[in-house]
Design a protein around this ligand. Structure first.
Ligand SMILES: [Zn+2]
Ligand SMILES: [Zn+2]
Length: 315
């Protein structure tokens, strides 16, 4: 007969195996705690460029299997399906029911119709709840109008699809606590993105604080929202990045984006457990700015843990 100690040890091994296997899809991992299990999934780390390696900006914070999306860049539904195939079962396409949009630039919203309609035809049966800066309600209304032919034929034709699953509840929100349920509290904070009204978001889950910058130049509100946060996901554009079609790029970058040197300073001030760089300017084929260069530029002055995010990484 086994002793009580042997049984407890066996139980410990089983719990460890469950935790490890649940992280098997991970790129690099942070430890889970008993109270909750938060995964940060990079669905798209790209920019407006149609980069075959990097889908449009989209991130998922998955808390105990429930996904919360940030931004809806092009490719979002297919990247969610890929993450599901990789083992993040919370990202089943029909399960995508809550999203937060940082700002209304097209690279962050071109996938919004995909999020609405692909989830519907793949079995979403509850309203999609969407939060964003003022303008997201109007954008939602016009998307529904633009796809009216599809809606009519799917609901009134032989497909006989239930229109209930098509519902979208869009909310123009002001900065502050904008969403709360048993898994997460989401706070929107204003960031500096040129003439646009743009938000970053802070997710407080049972086991983690995750802060996402969206597009921004260095922003005091972001620094205040991320003191010692567990994960900071932040954009960056190298000082060597220079698009051929924007002669005033330097002036633009100053107002709209963050350099790796500035990001290092932000990380020094906030001390995140892990800094993930996403939405980075990679340059054009033949003159690409490598991940190594981004890391080197940040590490010149920042000693903490930093990675360059790739699509479908799980942290
Ligand atoms: Zn962008
Ligand atoms: Zn933008």
């Amino acid at each position: 007969m086994r002793s009580r100690g042997q049984l407890l040890r066996a139980l410990g091994v089983i719990i460890w195996l469950v935790v490890v296997s649940s992280y098997s899809a991970a790129g690099q991992q942070l430890p889970a705690t008993v109270a909750g299990h938060t995964q940060t999934v990079l669905l798209g780390t790209g920019t407006p460029r149609a980069d075959p390696q990097r889908s449009g900006p989209a991130t998922a914070v998955v808390v105990n299997g429930t996904p919360y999306l940030v931004d809806a860049g092009p490719g979002i539904a297919r990247r969610a399906a890929a993450a599901y195939d990789k083992g993040v079962k919370g990202l089943a396409v029909a399960n995508l029911q809550t999203a937060f949009i940082t700002h209304l630039h097209s690279d962050h919203t071109v996938g919004y119709p995909d999020l609405i309609f692909t989830t519907w035809v793949q079995g979403r049966n509850r309203p999609l709840k969407v939060y964003g800066p003022p303008g997201i309600e109007a954008m939602t209304k016009y998307i529904m109008l633009a796809w009216q032919v599809d809606i009519d034929v799917r609901t009134k034709g032989l497909e006989r699809r239930d229109a209930a699953g098509l519902a979208v509840e869009a909310h123009d929100v002001k900065p502050g606590l904008i969403y709360q349920d048993s898994s997460v509290k989401v706070t929107a904070f204003p960031v500096s993105h040129g003439e646009l009204l743009a938000y970053g978001y802070r997710f407080q889950t049972p086991d983690r604080t995750v802060v996402i910058s969206g597009d921004t130049s260095p922003s005091p509100a972001l620094i205040n929202s991320c003191p010692k946060c567990d994960v900071l996901i932040h954009e960056a554009f190298s000082e060597d990045y220079m698009p051929a079609d924007m002669p005033n790029w330097l002036q633009y970058r100053q107002k709209y984006h963050t350099t790796p040197t500035q990001l290092a300073e932000i990380a020094n001030q906030t001390q995140p457990g892990l800094l993930i760089v996403y939405h980075r300017g990679v340059g054009v084929p033949g003159r690409e700015i490598s991940d190594e260069q981004y890391l080197a530029e940040i590490r010149r002055t920042y000693r903490g843990r930093v990675v360059i995010g790739q699509d479908l990484d799980v942290y």
